[in-house]
Design a protein around this ligand. Structure first.
Ligand code: NDP
Length: 247
């Protein structure tokens, strides 16, 4: 089960896992995009999912009676505003999608995961450990997700279900920054100016590696960054390119 599979990291992960021989269920809200994904790739079927809607998430349980792997990836950033000007509703939406959405998804699939002694991979972020100006709401949500991962790890160890977090730095996906900046393409492309950012396939590769470890190995956290991104606010860009803080 891959959530947020209609674009970016989730879509690349669904494709990669299918290529590796997994039977993949791809979940997201935009079913037209999921249909395009399933049409072109054997081994993937689609289910509609809105992680902010409890009834939609509960229906996931019927889509997968048994689940070897949950990649809880649906999420995103919705602003880049200093805390002093932040809109609490926007922060609440980020918390709902990234944190509560993950909680709902895990709850719905836990019986199927327990039955299969399966594995959970959460898509966190360097924002789960680093902070940056304007990132407060997203950073708070991804810090919460990191806490969720540690908590689940403790709570599920007896069940045999493994729990991991993949935590990328800048990933040049088509939609992440567009969503953050409300569709402003110039601001969105400036995020990646002068940087060879990670690709969705790089992250999918990391997830596929985590998922293919033997049953006695739990990868707690896999953080990956572009070579040019060394830390919060420390992105080395090629000269003459613009700059916008990263996600
Ligand atoms: P995208 O915007 O391309 O992907 C976000 C995915 O989440 C989409 O498939 C979207 O599908 C889905 N989604 C959003 N809201 C909901 C919802 N309510 N219910 C179900 N699905 C939803 O961005 P990325 O691929 O870049 O991001 C994927 C994940 O990786 C996110 O959690 C993001 O925070 C994280 N990340 C991204 C980084 C980056 O730099 N790009 C860096 C580190 C982490 P749909 O709209 O069809 O529902």
């Amino acid at each position: 089960m891959v959530t947020g599979a209609s674009s970016g990291i989730g879509e690349a992960t669904a494709r990669r896992l299918a290529a590796d021989g997994w039977q993949v269920v791809a979940a997201a809200r935009r079913t037209d995009r999921l249909d395009a994904l399933t049409a072109g790739t054997p081994g993937i079927r689609a289910v509609p999912l809105d992680v902010t809607d409890p009834r939609s998430v509960e229906a996931l349980a019927t889509a997968a009676a048994s689940c070897d792997l949950l990649v809880a990836n649906a999420g995103g950033a919705f602003d880049l505003a200093p805390l002093a000007d932040a809109d609490a509703e926007t922060w609440a939406r980020m918390y709902d999608v990234n944190v509560l959405g993950t909680v709902r998804t895990v709850q719905a699939l836990l019986p199927a995961l327990r039955g299969a002694r399966g594995q959970i991979v959460l898509t966190g972020s360097t924002a789960g450990r680093w902070v940056y100006e304007g990132g407060g709401g997203y950073v708070a949500a991804k810090h919460a997700l990191a806490a969720l991962r540690d908590t689940l790890r403790l709570e599920l160890v007896e069940s045999g279900v493994r729990v991991s977090e993949v935590a990328p730095g800048m990933v040049a996906t088509e939609e992440f920054s567009l969503t953050r900046f409300g569709g402003d393409a110039d601001r969105a492309s400036a995020v990646y100016a002068g940087v060879d950012a990670l690709t969705a396939d790089d992250v999918a590769d990391a997830i596929a590696w985590i998922a293919s470890r033997p049953a006695h190995v739990n990868i707690d956290l896999l953080q990956l960054t572009p070579q040019q991104q060394a830390g919060p606010g420390k992105v080395i860009r090629r000269p003459s390119d613009g700059a916008e803080p990263d996600g």
